[in-house]
Design a protein around this ligand. Structure first.
Ligand code: SAH
Length: 242
């Protein structure tokens, strides 16, 4: 797909979904990132979504549905970023943010790091490690926003994410159609960890084929410091979720 066609699809998708339209430089970055993603994906499995038009909808627009929930100049952690979602689209659209992309799979982090270099995203650094590693948490410090898509059910995700927040900071959890059930299931975890659900936004993601897909964003504010025994080792979290 050439740049002009790519831009037309992107503008149309952004308009349908009420997303801020990228400027020329940002559009070039999305295009270059798509080329790089498809090239690396041809020999290293990073994503099952392989058509540029679907990448625009399911990776870029989907990631940007949360843009308005991130305050100016925020320090943001993308926990379990995979090949860079939502962090790369956010970094392209918001040069004011200071973003850390974290994943436990080194090959994904190498890809994100290399992409940030190619796109000259000086507002993003990629870190390889497990979220529940205490040493890593000490090194990374605290964040205004932790954002996460498709990593774990909300009760498990809260244990991984809330300890990274400053008091008053928000977890922005990008979820699918079952977001309300997940929020209910996570109530006890959220309470134990010192959080509070402050917003649930339901959205219909409109695809290029004009299909509506339900998405839900659950926003949880950290109100008091989580007890120091959390997060536990991952096996313990899975065995006995809060
Ligand atoms: N957020 C991306 C990737 C989702 S796949 C997207 O929406 O496309 C989930 C990712 O979370 C995987 O890449 C996996 O390696 C990472 N992950 C799972 N548990 C993790 C943990 N405890 N710490 C860090 N990364 C984790």
């Amino acid at each position: 797909m050439n740049f002009t066609t790519f831009s037309q699809f992107f503008v149309s998708a952004a308009e349908k979904n009420g997303i801020f339209i990228p400027n020329e430089t940002q559009m070039q970055q999305f295009y270059r990132f798509t080329e790089h993603l498809l090239e690396v994906n041809s020999h290293t499995n990073l994503t099952a979504i392989r058509e540029p038009i679907d990448i625009i909808d399911k990776h870029y627009i989907d990631s940007l549905l949360a843009l308005h929930l991130i305050p100016k100049d925020a320090r943001v952690l993308d926990l379990g970023c995979g090949p860079g979602f939502p962090s790369i689209p956010l970094a392209i659209m918001r040069s004011d943010l200071e973003i850390t992309s974290l994943d436990s799979t080194a090959k994904k982090i190498d890809f994100v790091q290399k992409s940030a270099e190619i796109l000259q995203l000086s507002n993003l650094k990629a870190v390889s490690g497990r979220a529940e590693d205490i040493k890593l948490r000490k090194t990374l410090g605290k964040y205004d926003i932790v954002i996460s898509r498709a990593v774990a059910r909300l009760n498990i995700l809260c244990e991984l994410c809330l300890p990274y927040l400053k008091i008053g900071g928000n977890l922005v959890a990008l979820k699918g159609a079952k977001h309300k059930e997940e929020a209910l299931e996570a109530i006890s975890a959220i309470n134990v960890l010192g959080g509070k659900v402050i917003k649930i936004e339901q959205k219909e993601l409109i695809t290029a084929q004009n299909q509506a897909e339900t998405r839900g964003i659950v926003v949880i504010e950290l109100q008091k410091e989580p007890p120091t025994q959390y997060p536990r080792a991952y096996a313990a979290i899975l065995k006995k979720p809060l």
